[in-house]
Design a protein around this ligand. Structure first.
Ligand code: HEC
Length: 152
């Protein structure tokens, strides 16, 4: 009895002490985006687009949300125009599970992209849907989704 209780007790403590099931840290994940888009998300004109007004405008529309999620999951290779500047670069697909992709997009939407319409958080389930529906798209196909998706 004593042993059994000890085990259960220890398991309880282990479960409490392990925050492994906690939501992924969007701020920490953003470090990989910052390597190109810069720490503030301002980007580099002509090379790495800003994660700003265009992002927030896109995130306010269903087609735009699908585009930004797929840019992260499938990669992106333009041409595309963001906030009046042309880009013809290549963003490699980012290896992120649904929860991590949602967390990093939500970090961008709330902490990096500061102008534009109110930001509605991405859920893991929403990202999973885009991943499934976009599984056959190339990075060039994803870039074609930008036009008409409601961006700036
Ligand atoms: C290796 C560099 C690189 C990394 C890392 C990177 N990106 Fe990009 N990203 C780009 C480039 C380049 C483009 C523009 C591609 C083009 O010209 O077609 C872009 C475009 C985008 C766009 C489309 C912007 C718009 O307004 O249409 C989004 C959204 C985006 N990136 C988000 C992210 C997020 C979020 C991360 C981190 C999880 C990330 N990127 C990591 C290089 C990168």
């Amino acid at each position: 009895m004593k042993v059994a209780f000890g085990l259960v007790g220890a398991m309880g403590i282990a479960a409490l002490a392990l925050p492994a099931v906690a939501a992924p840290d969007g701020a920490a994940l953003f470090a990989r985006c910052a390597a190109c888009h810069t720490k503030t998300g301002a980007g580099v004109p002509g090379a790495y687009p800003p994660l700003g007004a265009d992002f927030r405008a896109l995130a306010a529309k269903p087609a735009g949300r699908r585009y930004i999620a797929l840019a992260v999951l499938r990669g992106l290779s333009g041409p595309l125009t963001v906030e009046g500047k042309p880009y013809r670069g290549v963003m490699p697909a980012q290896v992120l599970d649904d929860a991590s992709a949602a967390a990093v997009l939500n970090h961008v939407g709330t902490q990096i992209a500061k102008t534009g319409p109110a930001f509605k958080a991405f859920t893991d389930k929403e990202v999973a849907g885009y991943r499934a529906s976009g599984a056959a798209l190339s990075s060039a196909d994803v870039a074609k989704l930008h036009e008409g998706a409601g961006g700036k």
